[in-house]
Design a protein around this ligand. Sequence first.
Ligand code: ATP
Ligand code: MG
Length: 247
Amino acid sequence: MLEVRGLRKSFGGLEVLRDVDLDVNKGDVVAILGPSGSGKTTLLRCLNFLETADAGSYSFDGERFAMDKISRRDIARIRRKTGFVFQSFNLFSNKTALQNVTEGLIAAGKRKRQEAEEIGRQMLSKVGLSDRQDYYPHQLSGGQQQRVAIARALAAGPEIIFFDEPTSALDPELTGEVLQVMRGLADEGMTMLVVTHEIAFARQVSGRVIFMDGGVVLEAGTSSEFFTAPREERSREFLRTLQERGA
Ligand SMILES: Nc1ncnc2c1ncn2[C@@H]1O[C@H](COP(=O)(O)OP(=O)(O)OP(=O)(O)O)[C@@H](O)[C@H]1O
Ligand SMILES: [Mg+2]
């Protein structure tokens, strides 16, 4: 479904991604792991064209694009098939949960208000927030806000959803409800690419793991391989550090 070859990105003189290759098949849940600063967020942002890569070939649903030269129109077309969930939720503070979910659908001119609201209610129900549709973000817990953000991503009917550390801004007792929603999506066959420090989630839900270090994919494989027999010393060290921190 998504195939990337030779993705490169620098900020000023700093090379942040070097020759990253990535394959995601329909229904895959891929966890992206790696130490802070290794380029995980930059990779996701390049994949959704929130950043422009310096080089790379991008194939989505059989169409191929040069990542540094892709047109706005093609970006818009790809974005319609992709969802993005940010670490910091990025909800509109002056809109209710339901309005946050429907806003994009109505603004894009894809749906009439009534239709959008119907979809919005369905998606809020899916993330367990039917009773919170008229609440504003400041009236919701972090876990609830992130679930609204997931409902918003789902409302557009994406083929793949990118998550950037969806639980790392949350208190530990709120991460479970968000991970449970994500686990449900995985069970339904949603294709997901998830940057996470939640090792239990990566181990239990993701089929494949990409371990990044210093802007390169150091190791990629099935999660059972990665967690039971990581090939690279850096991967082993990373897993040890997480275990020591009790993750
Ligand atoms: N807009 C930017 N301008 C300049 N440098 C940037 C920018 N965004 C990221 N970087 C640099 O790129 C490198 C990778 O950052 P990135 O945010 O992708 O890492 P990460 O793996 O997501 O880290 P974390 O786990 O802390 O979120 C870092 O050295 C960072 O300082
Ligand atoms: Mg990051």
